[in-house]
Ligand binder design. Structure first.
Ligand code: ZN
Length: 366
């Protein structure tokens, strides 16, 4: 038996149209279309060819039905600039990452979601309300990844092909999910997490929230959440120089540009100082990257689980087999979040572990 929705998912994951896949497999376009509607069943040879072309084990196509991620549930930052294929790849990748989550959730007791909806207030107030609810006071957030995981948010990386896509988030059957994009500094990744948290808190229950207004709200929320007004007021940052900004950014673990923007927003800098700082930072490469920045945050949840699995003899390749994907596919969703021994015992991107003052409390074997 094959599951039509899985053929569609795998095809979209590789960014292929039905016609392109049909051509590659040397079958009629109508044949592939019929596989995806369930009107025709692929032969064993067809399935093997599908698996090879789409880089999924044949086993993948025989598992249970998968519900696709709804386009409208996803908060893309630049939806208008994105091609349908790029969007489909990002959505299909997110859906595939959730297959990992489903496998884990069936076996481990994962943290319960505590991400309220606070959409009826200005972003800055919502950020303060959430800080209050989570007992964060006005202190810097030592590790955004650990914090959100402890609050029941599932965080995965999107694969390399999604580099041009922005991070996105959605509530998936009640579980808040964030998909991060590769190739960003640790500071930008933290800001992305705060930005996506904003969408979950402010927008996830609204139907049409994409667009510049929602983006502006999400950025204001993120800025306030990471650099709360009351926490900033106590800092000696009025008319801050570039050197002061470069020191202070490490306290809040934010990009120098984001801090400069926040100082201007709070009225700590004159318009003239703000513009000069932006130009100077830009010249020094701070618009594109974060020279001298912090280490990447790792996932405490996924690290603990993969360690626990390894103790039971389930390594990366066994986990991939269980989930029904290739090792490469599995690793791409965990990249930058977990230290993964991959093929040839080469370690994938090693993420430095940050402070672990907030831990998922309900992580137990089911
Ligand atoms: Zn956004």
């Amino acid at each position: 038996m094959t599951t039509p929705s899985r053929i569609t998912l795998a095809r979209q994951r590789r960014g292929l149209r039905i016609s392109a896949l049909a051509r590659d497999l040397e079958v009629a376009r109508q044949t592939v279309a019929a596989w995806e509607t369930g009107d025709q069943i692929p032969t064993a040879a067809n399935l093997a060819a599908l698996g090879e072309r789409l880089q999924f084990p044949v086993e993948f196509f025989t598992r249970g039905d998968v519900e696709p991620l709804p386009i409208g549930a996803v908060s893309f930052r630049a939806l208008s600039k994105m091609t349908a294929s790029t969007r489909d790849v990002a959505l299909a990748a997110g859906r595939t990452a959730l297959l990992i989550d489903e496998w884990l959730a069936a076996r481990y007791r994962l943290p319960e979601p505590d991400v309220p909806t606070l959409g009826l207030q200005p972003p800055e107030q919502a950020a303060e309300a959430l800080r209050h609810r989570w007992g964060l006071g006005n202190a810097p957030i030592s590790n955004m990844t650990h914090l959100l995981e402890a609050k029941g948010v599932r965080i995965f990386s999107l694969p390399e092909e999604c580099r041009t896509v922005d991070a996105y988030s959605l509530r998936w059957h009640g579980t808040p999910v964030v998909l991060l994009t590769p190739g960003k500094s640790a500071e930008r990744r933290r800001f992305d997490l705060a930005h996506e948290l904003a969408h979950l808190v402010l927008h996830a229950e609204r139907e049409h929230f994409q667009g510049p207004k929602a983006e502006d709200e999400a950025n204001r929320f993120a800025s306030s959440f990471l650099m709360p007004r009351r926490g900033m007021l106590g800092r000696p940052l009025r008319h801050a120089t570039i050197d002061m900004i470069l020191t202070e950014r490490r306290r809040w673990k934010v990009a120098a540009m984001a801090l400069t923007y926040r100082l201007n927003e709070l009225g700590f800098l004159t318009e003239w100082e703000y513009r000069n700082h932006c130009i100077a930072l830009s010249r020094r490469g701070f618009r594109r990257s974060e020279p001298g920045g912090i280490n990447h945050e790792s996932s405490q949840l996924l690290s603990k689980i993969t360690q626990s699995l390894r103790r039971k003899g389930i390594g990366t390749s066994q986990l991939a087999t269980q989930v029904g994907v290739t090792v490469e596919e599995l690793s791409s969703y965990l990249l930058g979040l977990v230290v993964m021994p991959i093929a040839n015992n080469v370690h994938a991107h090693v993420a430095a572990t940050g402070d672990e003052n907030i831990s998922p409390r309900h992580l137990h074997l089911a």
